[in-house]
Design a protein around this ligand. Structure first.
Ligand code: ZN
Length: 314
């Protein structure tokens, strides 16, 4: 399979804004554009190929034909392993949690969800919720979820552009208003909603909560927070590459290119490039694709050398 550019699926969740359309070039009829699933094999919102002999096919269709696109590290997975999104939170997302693989496979028939957020932009006073500000009992957790008492026990964190948050499954969390981020997560859509600030959904009714399942899977304690000063950064002639986070599911880098940068998609893993700013092009094999802010390029495992050229944040 050749390198491809992907068209995202867009979700119009009630809390979303329009910045992905206005600033990131995401094309959609949906309004708001809360989430753009820029690398997705999930049936709830598959990404579609824009170029070459697979044009018009979903990445999932290609994956079903040829699972080697994920490389050796992908062999242990029954489904395509990851899902990558842009999220524009104009309003607060519900306070929620995702189960781990064991619970999710048993109860929901899909993977659990560990995820990581890279903050692309945020309001000066923006904050998010991660875990609790102290240990709480399961009874206290369930009781607090019935009212805004939840806001007194959740752990609020101020955010700034460039921050990275690693959210292991079982960690209660919410992206709050005024945050635009890129997310790498397991290929799962299982979310247990714990508290929704008493809001009403599009149908005028409160959105469903899943407090009992959440209580099964939530770690009721303060979270572990990674330290940006520990980021490994490699300096190349025309590029800088900082390792944002690494786990047994994915490694996430911030790559700044000014000129020409070369790298390799080896037989271990695919490479997903997400353009956060700037413009340029990517060449791999006989294929060259233009690359601008908001676009997503998928390079299958074993594609070999690829070149990124231009002035780009990836
Ligand atoms: Zn989440």
């Amino acid at each position: 399979m050749e390198m491809v550019k992907l068209t995202p699926s867009v979700a119009d969740n009630i809390w979303g804004g329009t910045r992905l359309i206005e600033e990131y070039g995401i094309k959609t009829d949906k309004n708001p554009a809360a989430e753009a699933w820029v690398l997705s094999c999930h049936p709830a919102g598959p990404s579609t190929v824009q170029n070459g002999k697979y044009e018009g096919k979903t990445l999932q269709e290609i994956y079903l034909e040829d699972q080697s696109i994920c490389g050796k590290k992908g062999e242990r997975f029954e489904f395509f392993p990851l899902l990558i999104k842009f999220i524009d939170a104009k309003q607060n997302l519900s306070i929620q949690v995702h189960p781990d693989d064991e619970y999710a496979m048993r109860v929901e028939g899909e993977y659990g969800k560990t995820e990581a957020w890279y903050i692309l932009d945020c309001d000066p006073d923006a904050e998010l919720i991660l875990g609790f500000n102290r240990e709480v009992s399961v009874e206290e957790f369930k009781e607090a979820a019935k009212s805004d008492a939840m806001m007194d026990i959740c752990n609020k964190i101020k955010v700034k552009k460039g921050d990275l948050f690693f959210i292991e499954s079982g960690t209660m969390h919410a992206i709050c208003k005024g945050i635009l981020l890129a997310e790498v997560q397991q290929n799962s859509n299982t979310t247990y909603r714990i508290y929704d600030y008493g809001r009403l959904g599009n149908d005028g009714k409160p959105r469903e909560l899943h407090v009992d399942k959440a209580a099964d899977v939530t770690k009721r304690c303060p979270p572990a927070i990674s330290d940006a000063s520990e980021r490994k950064t490699e300096i190349f002639e025309n590029a800088t590459r900082a390792e944002l986070t690494k786990c047994d599911l994915f490694t996430m880098y911030k790559l700044d290119v000014d000129g020409k940068y070369q790298a390799v998609a080896d037989d271990e893993s695919f490479v997903s490039l997400l353009c956060l700013d700037g413009e340029g092009k990517v060449t791999c094999g006989g294929t060259t694709l233009s690359f601008v802010k908001g676009e997503s390029i998928f390079i299958p495992a074993s594609s070999g050398e690829y070149t990124v050229e231009g002035k780009l944040e990836i």
